[in-house]
Ligand binder design. Structure first.
Ligand SMILES: C[S@@+](CC[C@H](N)C(=O)[O-])C[C@H]1O[C@@H](n2cnc3c(N)ncnc32)[C@H](O)[C@@H]1O
Length: 431
């Protein structure tokens, strides 16, 4: 007679030794223990680690864990540049322990896996090349790039950054991914006086803005809520492409690419891929303060037209200002969903479309309405590869196929990655 020894289910705080499997979307790797799936942070594929359970996951479908001890390290493991990264510390970075080249390989693997699983597309087969995650110019080997940092403030006035998936504040005195101008400000001051002055404040935003091309970035510091409920300041950014320099105003709390090289790199990619011609009509959907609309309006010229659509009141207002020097560009403060559905109902068309939706993506309805406008090219800027893969499948259903894809490491040390994809109608031969 054999005896089965029942294993007690794993609980938060339990430690198990596991072999670390592939990287997954979200900054962790997959491992298995007695049939259970563990998402392990601070690990690298191929390692043998002691994983400590940190969370039981929804309905017990998986467990979350931190690699608290490395039994057999990966050749890609390095000493983190930041003393505050690691299990139980600041939750801002996921990959400080991985060499930068390998971080990028892991991100490329995540993008390929999301396309395979959610769009049923083998990117190598479709595009004829391995997915590569490219550096964005302007950081210091993956450090010193974050131009916008929101510091948390405790009720006692202590400044820090939050732990992973937690409201706990880690009292950091440096942030190695923050831009040098952010690091140089006095927000770290931890004197009694500084703490007292911060009482009642929930967060402090420090942003390194760029007044003009080639101009030193300077930090702007403001609090949320501010002592006198003051509005966040209006700040200036700019983008220079070839002979053009475009200036943008925006609210200091409004959306702008965080990496100092991202706005220019993404604009260059979108504009060259869409290759809008004089007299054409273009849409900039989820336009923010008009980053892509500004360049598109230059390309279509005075005989063309550009419609930028942005739902946020403040961003739309600044966008209208930023586009006011070009007669052919209009900013509509409305929801993309409503605007593209209306254009479709009116049998409108658009020659080219750029969309840059929030993390959830555009969704089936917006994709269908966009396709009905019969654009010859669609450039999709995506901060979440899962949403991009889902929308790629919807685009395929309505006759648009992926032609090109670039993957950018616009957030080094974190798991985040930016993709730009070009779609054209089926039958288009590409170039
Ligand atoms: C990722 S940002 C892109 C902004 C801009 N393209 C840029 O690169 O600076 C997404 C923008 O979409 C806006 N947004 C989110 N949902 C929207 C919707 N349903 N309709 C219109 N705009 C929306 C947000 O306010 C935000 O400005």
């Amino acid at each position: 007679m054999s005896t089965t020894i029942e294993q007690a289910p794993l609980q938060v705080g339990d430690r198990v030794e596991v072999e670390v499997g592939p990287v997954a979307h979200g900054g962790h790797c997959v491992a298995r223990h007695e049939g259970r799936v563990l998402f392990v942070r601070h690990a690298i594929p191929g390692e043998q680690v002691i994983a400590e359970i940190t969370d039981l996951g929804p309905k017990g479908r998986f467990l979350r864990a931190d690699a608290v001890q490395v039994v057999e390290p990966s050749e890609h493991r390095i000493q983190p540049a930041c003393p505050w990264s690691g299990p139980g510390r600041c939750g801002g970075c996921d990959f400080q322990h991985v060499d930068l080249g390998h971080q990028r390989q892991l991100k490329a693997q995540v993008v390929a896996e999301q396309f395979s699983r959610l769009a049923k597309i083998d990117l190598v087969e479709l595009l004829g090349a391995e997915v590569v995650c490219e550096a964005v110019p302007g950081d210091d080997a993956g450090l010193g790039w974050r131009t916008r940092v929101e510091f948390a403030v405790s009720p006692e006035g202590m400044v820090g950054l939050r732990q992973h998936r937690s409201h706990e504040i880690v009292p950091v005195d440096t942030c190695r991914i923050a831009h040098p101008a952010v690091q140089a400000n006095s927000v770290w001051s931890d004197t009694d006086e500084a703490r007292k002055q911060r009482s009642g404040i929930e967060a402090i935003d420090v942003i390194a803005t760029q007044a003009g091309v080639g101009v030193q970035r300077t930090p702007e510091v403001f609090s949320v809520p501010a002592p006198e409920q003051q509005r966040p300041p209006v700040v200036k950014e700019s983008v220079a492409i070839e002979d053009n320099t475009w200036a943008f105003q925006l609210s200091a709390r409004g959306f702008w690419q965080v990496h100092p090289g991202a706005a220019t790199t993404f604009s260059q990619t979108v504009l060259s891929w869409l290759d809008a011609r004089p007299g054409e009509s273009a849409l900039d959907l989820y336009a923010g303060v008009g980053l892509f609309a500004r360049g598109l309006s230059e390309a279509v010229g005075r005989d063309g037209r550009v419609l930028a659509v942005e739902a946020d009141r403040a961003a739309g207002g600044h966008g209208a200002q930023n586009l006011s020097s070009t007669r052919q560009a209009t900013m509509r403060r409305d929801k993309v969903d409503r605007v593209v559905a209306g254009l479709r109902r009116s049998n409108e068309s658009a020659d080219v479309i750029v969309l840059d939706p929030p993390r959830v993506g555009a969704g089936k309805q917006v994709v269908g309405d966009m396709a009905a406008l019969k654009p010859r090219a669609i450039a999709y800027v995506a901060c979440d590869p899962a949403a991009l893969a889902r929308d790629t499948a919807y685009l395929k259903d309505v006759g648009y196929v992926l032609q090109k894809l670039r993957v950018f490491d616009a957030f080094p040390m974190t798991h985040h990655v930016e993709c730009i994809a070009l779609f054209a109608p089926v039958g288009h031969t590409g170039d």
